[in-house]
Ligand binder design. Structure first.
Ligand code: ADP
Ligand code: MG
Ligand code: ZN
Length: 619
């Protein structure tokens, strides 16, 4: 990555270096060849005898005495060619010149002044060449879109945009993200309301999600909704050209933003500057990026949010971001922008279908169903591709076959790249997630299911069941801990029951279940075998955090046994529950496969329908 980063500055510096080199070469040619040539043309050397005979003939108008030579001007020489001859010790010369009426002088000729000849011969041409090179460079740089020699001063105009013209209506789906951003819009519209009460909004919000899900679009929509100017720069814009440029751009950006407040500052692809600094010091650490990041951090700390500058940033690599960026007072609010589910995809298609003339018979829902895993950008592309196909076919409106073909061409290859799950994989993931959710619904001590989804998430999981405790609790009972382990193991259990085979998809569940089971045995005193013996003590989690063992090797073996027993019991319980509710498992999975995500109400309704109350209470 470092070679890549430094590539740009080298390329940009080359023209400057090149023009300086050319200048120097030209300069030597000028002083070494052209000047002497010019001198030869205007000054011709003659012998003293020739000079005397010219004087005799009365052809000389003027003689200038220099220290070692005489410079002679002829009367009838229109070109003004000078003749020179050596200065001899001739006492008769002056009277003879006077007699012939020749003008005599001994002024030092201008071209012999060392200062003047230096200025004329070296500095002036160099200046001219440099100016020429500068102008050339500037016109080149203008064409390339950035000023090589502008040193970050007049790049200002690229970022400001008085109005984006986008609103939340242009962003389909992404309701949760929009909801979080509404508060920012409200703050920008009515800052007084917040200031009066003393409320401070977060300075920055970070939009996190896969490429093409509409992060940039959302940021622009926030500015459009709030009707404030939109300053935007991409992270990679900062890291280029000369060292120190990135930092000065950041300074510049914030200065301008403060002048234009209230406004939005948007830093796209912030990972380009915000990459973790750890390890950057080793081989070819990128100083430039670090300076830029430091400047950004200090600007964020320095400015006063009550002025109405809100900073938004976007990234699809939240895992590589420097921790310092995520600290309170910086990008402490994270807004996930995930891939759309079925309903979301249909909404995106509808938004983009507004711009294209569609046949009344097109079925966008069918297209949404055919494009699992597609992001907003893919869907916008599909609509456009379909319009192109319609034109090519000589149609005046887009028909269903155009859309179907556009899906094929746009999404071809994505399945292979693993971006989109195959139907079989999707079924496995759906059963797995329903397993978690269903078991948790059946266990009275388990946390409530908040959301079940099989839309792949940013952080690499294929599906996900989100649970929230019904009330905030700091104390957890043994029953709750057991219910949590059972729920964690239920995903894999569902796979076993339905497919009689297991996959690697449960690694994280297993890890978390094992951790909790081990903690129950060694820290919480929740096992029958050991009673309340602290087998492990946890050191301060901020100082390493590895548990300290307080027991012997033989005990260690028994601890492992006890943990294994807990896990087995919970696993068995999960399987039992799922066996008892096999019909419900199938029915809810079918709905999940169809809709791709279920919120808490939808899930609760399905449970009421398919899972009998009586069975639920037994467990
Ligand atoms: P990101 O910044 O997340 O990579 P963009 O905001 O640049 O994605 O999205 C690219 C394009 O895809 C947008 O200009 C828009 O046309 C389309 N798009 C993406 N998400 C949505 C959405 N939720 N609603 C409507 N259009 C979308
Ligand atoms: Mg973007
Ligand atoms: Zn799972």
């Amino acid at each position: 990555m470092n070679t890549n980063d430094s590539g740009a500055p080298n390329n940009m510096r080359r023209p400057l270096l090149f023009s300086i080199l050319i200048s120097i070469v030209l300069l030597f040619m000028f002083n070494g060849i052209i000047v002497p040539m010019m001198a030869q043309r205007t000054v011709r050397e003659i012998t003293y005898t020739e000079f005397l005979s010219l004087l005799e003939q009365g052809k000389i108008s003027k003689v200038n005495f220099e220290t070692t030579r005489l410079v002679i001007s002829q009367k009838d020489d229109p070109d003004g060619v000078f003749l020179t001859t050596g200065r001899l010790e001739d006492p008769n010369l002056l009277p003879r010149l006077e007699e012939a009426g020749v003008d005599v002088s001994s002024a030092i000729p201008k071209e012999n002044s060392p200062l003047m000849s230096f200025l004329l011969g070296w500095i002036l041409p160099f200046g001219v060449l440099f100016l020429f090179g500068y102008l050339l460079n500037r016109s080149m740089a203008k064409r390339m879109g950035s000023g090589v020699m502008s040193f970050g001063k007049n790049t200002s105009k690229i970022y400001a945009e008085t109005t984006t013209g986008k609103t939340f209506q242009d962003v389909a789906g992404q309701d949760e993200a929009k909801e979080s951003l509404t508060e920012i819009v409200d703050f920008l519209n009515h800052p007084d309301k917040y200031l009066e009460i003393g409320a401070k909004l977060p300075k920055g919000a970070l939009l996190v999600g896969p490429p093409g899900t509409g992060k940039t679009l959302l940021a622009r929509a926030v500015a459009g909704e709030a009707k404030v100017p939109f300053f935007s720069l991409s992270g990679s814009d900062f890291v280029e050209l000369f060292v120190g440029m990135g930092a000065s751009r950041v300074r510049d950006l914030f200065k301008q933003a403060e002048e234009k407040a209230p406004c939005i500052v948007f830093i796209d692809e912030i990972d380009a500057i915000g990459k973790s600094r750890e390890g950057a010091y080793g081989v070819g650490g990128n100083d430039e990026r670090e300076q830029t990041l430091n400047q950004l951090l200090s600007e964020m700390d320095g400015f006063d949010p009550s002025k109405g500058v809100v900073i938004l940033a976007a990234t699809n690599r939240p895992d590589v971001l420097d921790k310092a960026l995520l600290r309170p007072g910086r990008f402490d609010r994270r807004i996930p922008v995930e891939r759309p589910d079925l309903a979301g995809r249909e909404a995106v298609l509808k938004v983009h279908a507004r711009d294209v003339r569609m046949s009344a018979h097109v079925d966008l829902f069918a297209i949404a169903r055919a494009t699992p895993g597609a992001v907003g950008a893919d869907l916008a592309n599909i609509i456009n591709e379909a319009a192109l196909l319609a034109v090519r076919a000589g149609r005046r409106v887009v028909e269903q076959p155009d859309l179907a073909e556009a899906v094929e061409t746009t999404l071809a290859g994505q399945e292979k790249k693993g971006k989109v799950l195959s139907p079989h994989e999707k079924r496995i993931v759906a059963y797995h997630e329903t397993g978690h959710a269903l078991v948790s619904a059946c266990l009275p001590h388990a946390e409530k299911v908040h959301k079940v989804t099989i839309v792949p998430r940013t952080m690499g999981s294929l599906g996900y069941t989100m649970q929230v405790p019904e009330e905030d609790k700091s104390l957890h009972s043994k029953e709750e801990a057991l219910a949590q382990i059972t729920t964690l193991l239920a995903g894999r259990s569902a796979e076993e029951i339905v497919f009689q085979s297991i996959t690697t998809g449960a690694a994280n569940d297993i890890e978390r279940a094992t951790q909790l089971a081990r903690a129950m045995v060694t820290q919480y005193g929740m096992s029958d075998t050991f009673d309340m013996v602290a087998l492990e003590t946890v050191t301060n989690p901020y100082l390493g955090g590895t548990p300290l063992r307080n027991h012997s090797e033989t005990t260690a073996a028994r601890v492992d046994e006890e943990v294994g027993r807990l896990i087995r019991t919970c696993h068995e319980q999960a399987r039992e529950i799922l066996h008892a509710h096999r019909d419900g498992l199938d029915a809810i999975t079918a709905v999940l496969l169809e809709k791709e995500s279920l919120d808490s109400e939808e899930f609760a309704a399905l449970c009421d329908q398919y899972v009998t109350k009586q069975l639920r209470m037994e467990n």
